[in-house]
Design a protein around this ligand. Structure first.
Ligand SMILES: [Zn+2]
Length: 71
């Protein structure tokens, strides 16, 4: 009998945004309402002069993954 079989899907790495790919400043999670998430540079326009901003997604995880995939 199998009981409580857990697939090996637990990822021990917490999902956090990498530093900005352009200037190296820390990234910040942006949010608008409950279905708009994105990650942008903490030195983004208005706070600094960096233009790095990730695509908007409908969930935090995807926003971080897309940001982390940016070069
Ligand atoms: Zn930046």
């Amino acid at each position: 009998m199998t009981k409580d079989f857990k697939p090996a899907m637990n990822n021990p790495t917490p999902l956090t945004p990498k530093p900005c790919p352009k200037c190296g400043a820390p990234a910040e999670l942006g949010r608008s309402g409950s279905h708009r998430f994105w990650v942008q540079c903490s030195g983004y326009l208005g706070y600094g002069n960096c233009t790095a901003i990730g695509p908007q997604t409908d969930n935090k995880k995807e926003a971080i993954l897309k940001w982390n995939a940016m070069k």
